[in-house]
Design a protein around this ligand. Structure first.
Ligand code: SAM
Length: 242
């Protein structure tokens, strides 16, 4: 079972999101496991310090390396050196394979292919930064760095949720219908867009800016019951930016 371990200084952020809907169901059905770890558990001193000022001066605080190193040592299931880990065939007969991921805007851009790739591991450890980010030496402890997009957020918690959900959806059984995964946007390539979908009622009335009523209808073909024609239409309508 794929296990996610999230290391954060704000563990409470995850509670609400993971206790609803698809992720909650996936955990309940033993399809994935999620463990949230408070980095402060591995800090030193009464103040549970995990951050300090940057050498050389400058604004903000930097997450210290030592608590992170201790956390990773405690959490990582497969203790093989990273080089040996890399050589291993994912999901062959062997010890579980862990992957340690730093969330950072400077990382490799995350996308659906990356989600599919990561779903093959047994344990994904997601390191959430805060403040001005990590001591640069933390790089030496991680297998890869992931960015969820070219913008800077206040912390790695939202990126961790994004990565977790996108990866979890690739685990068999997490999305109710396998069919949905096979057809959805990006499934057939990063430039693939799913066909438009409609539900009841057949006609919806809206007012345009001139206050005139417009009727929006479901395409007739979808009401025809002719599945071969519907399939063809859907093929034609895929990949059209909307
Ligand atoms: N000083 C850092 C820099 O310039 O690259 C930015 C630090 S950011 C304010 C704090 C933390 O948020 C980062 O360490 C990272 O974990 C997370 N973060 C922010 N934007 C992100 C993104 N686009 N993708 C992944 N993680 C991000």
């Amino acid at each position: 079972m794929l296990q996610f371990d999230i290391v954060t200084i704000f563990p409470e952020i995850f509670v609400s999101y993971f206790s609803e809907s698809i992720i909650k169901r996936a955990v309940k059905n033993n399809l994935i496991k999620i463990k949230i770890h408070n980095l402060r558990n591995w800090s030193q001193g009464v103040h549970k310090q995990v951050d300090d000022r940057p050498y050389g001066g400058g604004p903000g605080m930097i997450l210290m390396m030592e608590p992170i190193a201790k956390a990773l040592e405690a959490i990582t299931v497969n203790r093989l050196p990273l080089t040996a880990n890399k050589k291993k065939t994912v999901n062959s007969k062997r010890l579980p394979v862990s992957r340690i991921i730093m969330l950072t805007p400077a990382g490799k851009k995350f996308n659906q292919r990356e989600a599919e790739r990561l779903a093959k591991y047994d344990q994904l450890i997601l390191l959430c930064g805060r403040y001005e980010g990590f001591d640069a030496r933390v790089d030496k402890l991680v297998d890869e760095k992931i960015s969820i997009g070219d913008y800077v957020l206040a912390g790695g918690e939202l990126p961790a949720m994004v990565v977790l959900e996108a990866v979890a959806r690739q685990v068999k059984g997490v999305v109710g219908h396998d069919h949905a995964l096979a057809e959805e946007t990006f499934s057939k390539g990063l430039d693939y867009i799913e066909y438009p979908q409609y539900t009841r009622p057949e006609i919806v009335e809206i007012r345009n800016q001139k206050s005139e009523i417009r009727k929006l209808r479901v395409p007739k073909i979808l009401l025809s019951g002719n599945h071969a024609k519907i399939k063809k239409w859907r093929g034609k309508m895929s990949n059209k930016a909307r």
